[in-house]
Design a protein around this ligand. Structure first.
Ligand code: ATP
Ligand code: MG
Length: 451
């Protein structure tokens, strides 16, 4: 029955008609078999993170809007136009669906005093929300993997985080991903560069587009980000931050470059790689591919030594990155890398519904022994002919059929039949059928696991 409207006491009535409900634009269902690739990716992530002692952190999807205004930055695209913000009508709080997770992680670190006993290495995976124009590699709900090292000031940790990305990509088998990096120095160096930049762009004010004119007042560094082709020459010739770095900042950058090089990671310095916010310092980097068109940045990160203080915490050096999982999986697909969808070890062929309880207990015992097994039968006796069931078993990709036929059951047994001829087996063996006693499912499980 369809109600004409739903009227919760605190919400305006929402019109409910009979049009088909679909997912929100830019927010995707991830369905099997594609979801198997996500699980494959996530397993590699857990493994790689454990190898470098990064621990999982899970923070809320909804945070106070003020966290992102402060932590992501008032003058960023995200805060200016991409956030899903709303007022909690129950208590008037201003809330936002997280557009990124570094502010949430730092908020949690401050709130729970996570760096009290020393640095913490953390990672997360989960959905982020940005109101952008949906296109390939750009969605309104998308997933990020992120890693953050909190409480470490040294360049070796910047390098460690970049090597973590490299190791993950290596494990996934990804090719043709390049690494760009730059240094943003420290606040005093950036202030000197900013003054030079304002000078330069003010002298060329007539060549600036409307966006850049505005940014000249609010955040001149962001003019360097412009995608306007008409401004590229002007931006190319602008003063570069790297020429304003002092000795210690250059040394920090050199150590990062050196550690990447000795580990076989090729990099290029991109002097135009910048972040327009004051809490960033030293290293910034991106992992980029040319194989995905305009949305080629897979992962972006950097050092944000000032963020803890910006969010009301004690001064704490920190560095991290965020990776777009959809983009990485798009590249995985492009390069034909994902493992195939999982298939069961065995498929139960049940010609007679009367055998169901025996089948159920046997399959449950097999699963307890770590054997994956699938069945298709129905109690109304319409389980299909033996032949059509056998076809299903074969189509499932399983290595074995388990045949619960009347003859076998009469002897208290089940037949195990190999469905895939093994390269090293003779045909007669590969297709041979073996009988196993139903009262000893362990022997059956062992045969499936070791054959
Ligand atoms: P872009 O320049 O592509 O908009 P960004 O600078 O906004 O990226 P970050 O905030 O650094 O991106 O987020 C880290 C990563 O998350 C990006 O490198 C990208 O892989 C991914 N990402 C960002 N926005 C989206 C989105 N709307 N849909 C899918 N992935 C995204
Ligand atoms: Mg963006």
């Amino acid at each position: 029955m369809t109600e004409p409207s739903v009227a919760a006491s605190h919400n305006k009535p929402v019109a409910v008609n009979n049009t088909k409900l679909t997912a929100v634009k830019g927010m995707n269902d991830i369905l099997p078999p594609e979801s198997a690739t996500w699980e494959w990716f996530e397993e590699h992530v857990r493994h790689v993170m454990a190898l470098s002692s990064y621990r999982n952190i899970r923070t809320p999807i909804v945070e106070p809007t003020a966290l992102f205004v402060k932590g992501t930055g008032q003058t960023t695209d995200i805060v200016e136009k991409e956030m899903y913000s709303f007022e909690d009508k129950l208590n008037g709080e201003h809330l936002t669906l997280r557009p990124e997770n570094t502010p949430g992680v730092v908020r949690a670190a401050i709130e729970h005093n996570l760096t009290y006993e020393g640095g913490k290495r953390l990672y997360y995976m989960g959905p982020m929300f940005r109101h952008e124009r949906p296109q390939r590699g750009r969605y309104r709900q998308f997933y990020q993997l992120g890693a953050e090292a909190l409480g470490f000031a040294g360049p070796e940790v910047d390098a460690e985080l970049m090597l973590l990305v490299h190791q993950l990509f290596d494990r996934l088998g990804l090719k043709n991903v390049r690494v760009e990096l730059n240094s943003l120095g420290v606040p005093a160096e950036r202030a000197a560069h900013r003054a030079a930049l304002v000078d330069y762009f003010s002298q060329h004010a007539d060549a600036l587009d409307a966006d850049s004119q505005r940014r000249l007042q609010t955040n001149p560094l962001r003019i360097l980000d412009t995608k306007n082709p008409a401004m590229q020459a002007l931006v190319q010739a602008a003063p570069q931050l790297i020429s304003y770095l002092g000795e210690s900042s250059l040394k920090h950058l050199d150590t990062v470059k050196h550690l990447l090089s000795v580990c076989g990671v090729q990099w290029t310095v991109n002097p135009r790689l910048v972040r327009g916010l004051d809490y960033y310092s030293h290293t910034v980097f991106e992992f980029i591919t040319s194989e995905l068109g305009a949305q080629g940045t897979l992962c972006g990160g950097g050092r944000y030594d000032g963020l803890f203080e910006t969010l009301g915490g004690k001064p704490t050096p920190a560095v991290g990155w965020g990776m777009g999982i959809e983009r990485v999986l798009e590249l995985v697909k492009e390069q034909s890398l994902a493992s195939s969808a999982p298939v069961p070890d065995a498929y139960a062929v049940v010609p007679d519904a009367a055998a169901l309880s025996t089948v159920a207990t046997t399959l449950q015992a097999l699963r307890a022994q770590g054997v994956s097994v699938q069945m298709h039968a129905s109690l109304d006796g319409s389980t299909g002919s033996f032949k059509s069931q056998f076809k299903k078993a074969d189509g499932s990709g399983a290595r074995f059929a388990l045949i619960f036929g009347a003859d076998e059951l009469a002897q208290g047994k089940v037949a195990l039949k190999a469905l895939r001829a093994r390269a090293d087996a003779q045909d007669s063996q590969a297709t041979a059928q073996q009988l196993f006693a139903l009262d000893n499912p362990n022997a059956l499980a062992l045969a499936i696991k070791t054959t």
